[in-house]
Structure formats: C-alpha cells, structure tokens
Design a protein. Structure first.
Length: 174
C-alpha cells in the first residue's frame, strides 16, 4: 500500500513539473512578434507523422483531397508557395514523415480568396462530399501526429536586433 501511495505521489509530482515547464516555455516564446513580419513573407511548416507502411496511401489522399485546396490558395494569392518534403537522412526523421511548407504573401500584400474554406470544399467536392469526407477521415486515421509551426523572419538590419522592441516589420523607413 505504501508503494502505491509513493508511486502516485511521484507521478503527481512529475505531471506538475511538466505542466510548470510547459507554462514557462509558452511564456518565454510569447514575446516574439511585436509588429514583425508585415513587410516580409511569413512561412509555415506543417509536420505529419504517418503510420509506417502507409506513406504512399497518405500521399495519394493528400494529393487527391487536400492539394486542390492548396492549388486554389496558390491561384488566388493567399499563399505564394507550397512544397512537400520528406527527411533526407538521419536525425529527427523519426519525429515526422512529411513536411508541407507554405510561403505567404507579406501581411501588407495579403489577399482574400473569393471562397472561404467551407465554401471552397463545397465547390470542389460538392458532388463527391461523401468521398471527400471518407478520404480525409482516412488520411487523418493514418496520421499519428500533426503539428504546425509558423515563422516570422527577423529583419537583421534592425539596430538593435531585439525580439522585445517594437519592429517596423521589415518595411522601408518612410
């Protein structure tokens, strides 16, 4: 009985430590923007960890059901570039199977597409909505993990270079 109580105390202490650490990490990275990026092209990367042996099926599903949405975004200028990657060597390749990158127009040049995402999905797949839903369900069924990371470029010409000071966002001085 004492062993069970001690074990529960250890688990509780470990979970509390993890929560505190995650809170500190979130707080430490929260100051990053301060006006940055409005004249620079931000980009994002979506990482996918796919069930081993299902990589080709995942790619087929991505290209059939998700890539048409990306093509629409490219055609309407809401994203400037989209690329799909796989790891090329040893390192963190076990952490992810595919990475999709998205280069966006600078915030001051951002456009809105005529259709929002729901309208676009209805437009693209309306007569095949059941197939679309089944395809996306399957793609997410074989996706073990997914996370997105967005990046804002720092303007290295700013003096002093700081994440704490307000930034002109890479815009030329007026």
């Amino acid at each position: 009985m004492n062993y069970s109580i001690k074990m529960l105390q250890k688990v509780g202490l470990t979970l509390a430590s993890i929560c505190v650490a995650l809170t500190l990490v979130t707080d430490a990275s929260a100051q990053g923007n301060n006006g940055r990026g409005k004249c620079m092209q931000p980009f994002g990367i979506s990482f996918y960890l796919v069930k081993p042996g299902y990589e080709d099926e995942w790619l087929d599903l991505y290209m059939k059901w998700h890539y048409p949405i990306m093509e629409y975004s490219l055609e309407h200028g809401t994203i400037a570039e989209h690329k799909l990657f796989v790891p090329s060597g040893h390192g963190i390749e076990g952490a992810w199977t595919f990475a999709a990158s998205f280069l966006y127009p600078a915030a001051r040049d951002a456009k809105s597409a005529p259709l929002d995402r729901a309208g676009l999905i209805e437009h693209l797949f309306g007569d095949r909505m059941d197939d679309y839903v089944a395809g996306e369900k399957r793609r997410w069924e074989i996706t073990l993990k997914h996370w997105d990371t967005d990046f804002i470029e720092l303007d290295k010409s700013e003096k002093p270079l700081s994440v704490y000071l307000p930034s002109t966002g890479g815009c030329p001085a007026e």
